[in-house]
Ligand binder design. Sequence first.
Ligand code: PEP
Ligand code: MG
Length: 763
Amino acid sequence: MNTRKDNVDLICSIGELAGLFENSSSLENFLQNVVSIVAYHMRAAVCSVYLYDEEKQELVLTATQGLSELSVGQVRLKLGEGLTGVALKELRPIREGSGSRNPNYKFIPGIYEEKFEAFLAVPILRGLSRVGVLVLQDPVTDYFDENDTKALLAIAAQLASTIENAKLLMALHRIRTDLEAEKAPAVPAEELRFIKGKAGARGYAVGHPTVFSIGGEDFLQESEFTRDITGGLEDFQYALSRTEQQLEELQTKMEKRLADVASMIFSAHLLIVKDPKFSGAMIELIKLGSTARDAIVAVIKQYIELFAGSKNPRLREKVQDVKDLGHRLLRNLYRDEEDNADYAGHVIIAGELLPSDVLKLSAQNAEGIILVGGAETAHVTLLAKSLELPLVLTNEERVFQINPSRRILIDGDHGNIYVDPERAVIDQFRQMEEDQKEAEAVAANMAETNETADGKRVELLANINMLSELKVARQLRAEGIGLYRSEFPFIVRTSFPSEEEQYRVYRTLVEKMEGMEITFRTLDVGGDKALSYFPGKQENNPFLGLRAIRFSLRYRDVFEHQLRAVLRAGHDANLRIMFPLVSSIDDYLEARSVVEDCIAKLTEEGIPHITHPRIGVMIELPAVVEIADELAREVDFLSIGGNDLVQYILAVDRTNEQMSELYQSHHPAVLRALKKVADAARRHKKSLSFCGEMAADPRMLPFLLGIGIHRLSIEPRKIPGIHNAVRSYSLKDCRKLAKQLLAMSRLRDIEQALNDFHAIVRA
Ligand code: PEP
Ligand code: MG
């Protein structure tokens, strides 16, 4: 081992890289600082950074310590060209005792690297996208060892996100425009009193409508900051530092509350507010005679224009962050301290929302959300549910025009929107909420086990999206976690969480469940759950595209990181691993072999992990219903994902508001498919559960019980209701009902039979 090098120390100082960036005047300058630090700690004669130009598909030498300074910006390598190009092409580190002996070595005249024989290059990756390559060279042959590779990989990982953020900001500085955004006056929509929408996330909310849009035109629409103020430089400095402090507090608060998903959700705000060019532009205007207010407004508008006009969707997403920042600065300028609760008293109306927006809105105390248009809603809705943020979906575009001075009430349980509701309506909602809380308190003391009226034991487990829901799940006596949707920490972040980050989340999950069974579903992204940072191809039919297990099998390293993290976290747990959207036995076996490989590697590395997790599949596709029998023979367990299964059997997009009437869980084809799966599981004596929303629908429940599904995984808050429903049915009647329903071919008849059954039980 090479003891001269200072790897540990180096990794520590690299943690300070982001700080380095703040003090740098350009990306190049920042990288120059980085290469000097790395070369110094690694005692290497040369350290260079090559950045990848995606458009031209070439690497450009951007900073170097040790090679000719004149080569910066001049040396360009194609992907796969030279050892550096190979490292990026094949996404792997390359270490050579003597670089020139490698057949891929490329001699570049004029940069004087001939004398540096020892060579070590690692790719800089952000998720799976190529950012660049970090290279070390030294005259002493065989100078770098395995530890150096590890250290350099750790540095590259740290560098990636800083470089990307830096690139975004630098791109902004290059394009400046002083286009003034026009004010769009709010159109009073007096005729709107009541709108029937669709239930999204439960609860009710009252507040003033606030439009949340990624277009820049409505900044300052509310004319709330038109009061005369003669704010000068000092007032501006106060507003700036107070804003920075508030954002840091907000971030810390979120991290405490939602450790698994809140990682740096205010990073863009913070990065901009700390950027000296941003505040510098405002200071300049103030010095030229502008008031602080006008300076803030002008620069914020410029930034909004820049972001909104960008071709890069990730930059466009930042418009709302800039607007937030502008409002925050102005509030602080006016010393309106209630700013801490940005959206308190407001119901947000949005045409599109990212999962991270939902988190931010929750952190900023929004009362509720109206989502208009209904595209890509499934996970936004699930997230709102987990955050207990009432949400209603509607297609009524006129909600955007409701005057902000009016008040609206949204009822997330029933999907209703009331405009300027009477006092009595609001009181009624308050009362209902109190009644519900009381009912929950009673339910929390639910006696006995879950069983039907005639004594059949039914297990009630919880579907969990975020760790914050575990408390309620435990309180309401969930018997385990039947579905952990592991994608949530992924979809709200700005880059792939590392193995370590994931490990911490999963470990908390395991510890909080104290030995109870956890069914961990591997990453289910794609479809409506796009990762904003993943540079995937636009798909015409994302629900039929690179989703769930298909994504994991295509991007093995993402899959392996996740599996390693969960296997490690589960070393002492009662853990099951479940693959989503499996379409064949081959899919299952392939995914299973990746788990086995990870287990073998962890054993080899001597890292504690679970050695024999049970491994199963979700039944979500008609394809696997057809082969349920053979599949049941192979797997350790099965779980029916009814939400997707219904969507795929009926070819009805589960997120398409306009098709919701055709999304019928009681369709005869669905009922027969469920029966087939239940029979297969029984025949092969394999555990079967149901984790779609149908399991929490008291109308459908008797059918599920009747065909032999006795493990149900549902939203935690629905446990008491379903517990009571289970107790009200007798298994014998449920079986009879199931038999009748399975013989029916008309939807109409099935509906009638379900309603009749329900009415009899309730009577
Ligand atoms: C399902 O499809 O039923 C399911 C539980 O998975 P998700 O809702 O996360 O797609
Ligand atoms: Mg699903």
